[in-house]
Design a protein around this ligand. Sequence first.
Ligand code: UD1
Length: 430
Amino acid sequence: MDQYVIKGGNPLVGEVEISGAKNAALGILPAAIMANESVVIDNLPNVCDINVMLQAIEGIGARVERLGPHKVKINGSTISSYDVEYEYIKKIRGSYYLLGALLGKYKYAQVALPGGCDIGSRPIDLHLKGFRQLGAEVEIAHGVIGAKAEELVGGAIYLDKASVGATINIMMAAVLAKGKTTIENAAKEPHVVDVANLLNSMGASIRGAGTDIIRIEGVARLHGTEYSVIPDQIEAGTFMCAAAATKGDVMVKNVIPKHLEAISAKLKEMGCEIEEFDDAVRVVSSKPLQCTQVATTYYPGFPTDMQPQIAAVLALAKGTSVVTESIFENRFRYADELNRMGANIKVESNVGIISGVNYYTGARVAAPDLRAGAALVIAGLAAEGFTTVDDIHYIERGYEDFEVKLAGLGAMIEKVSSEKEATKFVYKVS
Ligand code: UD1
C-alpha cells in the first residue's frame, strides 16, 4: 500500500497551481450527460473520484473521450442503460448526482446508494424529497435507489438544511421538468453555482444560484457546450494552511480569492499575512501563530472540508483554540493521530479544544478520511523528524499530485510503495 514519507521542518516557499474543484466536477460530469450533443469539460482535476465518475458514465453507454489529462468530451446521446451498478460508484459520494441527471433526462434512474468518506451520517432524504415533489416515485431496495416518473412537473421545494448535494441533484432533475421549480433554502456553495452555470450554458434556465432561492424554468432539451471547472477552494485552503503551519511563504495560484475569504480571515486572525491578487493568494507566515475560534457552517462561512487542516495549524498556535463542527458529526477522527504527533486536542461532542504546542514530532499515522489525511500531511511537513502517513488512497481521492506539488514548494515528501523505498528516501534526505 502506498504511503507518504515526510521529513518535516522545511518552510514551504514558492508558487503552487491549484487544480479544478473535485466537488464541482462531480456534479458537472453527470450534468454533461443530460445533452444529446458533445459537452467539453476542461480544468477537471485528475483525481481518483473523478476517474471513477467518468468510468461510471462510460459504463451506462455515454461516449467519453479524453482530450488531455484535464479535458474530456462527453456525449450523452448513446446512453443505453439507466442503471448505475458500477462496483466502484457506490464508494464515491457524488454518485448520487447520476440519479438527478438520469431522472431529469430519462425520467428513470437506478443508482447504488452512495458511500464516500465516513465523516458522519450522510442522509439523502432531502434529495429524495425533492425528486418526489417533482412527481417522481422513489424507492430504496437492496442498496439501490430507484426513481421514475411519467413526467416531471416543476414545484416549490423547501430544503430543511441547505444541502449542497440535494440542491445540485434537484436542480438537475428540474431543468428538463415541465414548468417552474423553486428551491428555497438552497445551498450557496461555489460548486452549486458552477453546476448551474454549466447547465445554463447547455440551454437550461436557472436563476439565483449562489443565493437562498434558486428558480428554474424547465426547457425542452439541453445542447452541447464547452465549460471549464472552477478552481478547488479546498485544495487551495489546504496549501494555505500548509504554508501557515511550516512558517512558509506561498503564492497559491489559479484560485478565486472570494471563495477563500473565510479561510483567509482565520489565517489572518492567527497572525499570517494574506495578500490577494486577481487569481492568486499569497500566504506569509512569519510571526508566532495565535489561537482563534473556528466554527464550520454553510458558505460563505468556514467550510467543514477545511476543518481538519486548520486544526492542524491551530495545534501549533499560542493559547487555546476552539473548533466547532456543525455540519458532520464525525469529523475529528484526525485528533488522536495529531495527538500521537504531540498535539494536545480534546474532543467533546462536536467541539475540539486545542491547546497549542510548540512543535509536532514525526510519527507513523494513518489517514482516516480525505481531509483528515491532508491535515496529517500538514502536521508532518511542520514536524520534527520523519512522519509516515498510511492509507493515502483517501487523500488521492481529492488531491491531484499532492506530493509533487508540495515537493515543488520545497517539502521533503515522497510517495513510496514499499519499506525499501521508504528507507531509500530516509537515507536520501538525512
Ligand atoms: C458535500 C461535499 C462534502 C462537503 C459537504 C458540505 C461533495 C461530493 N461532497 O457533501 O465534501 O463536506 O458538501 O459542504 O460535494 N443532509 C441531510 N439530508 C440530506 C442531505 C444532507 O440531512 O438529504 C445534511 C447532512 O447530514 C449534513 C448537511 O445536511 O449535516 C450538509 O450536507 P450536504 O451539503 O448535503 O453534504 P454533501 O452533499 O453530502
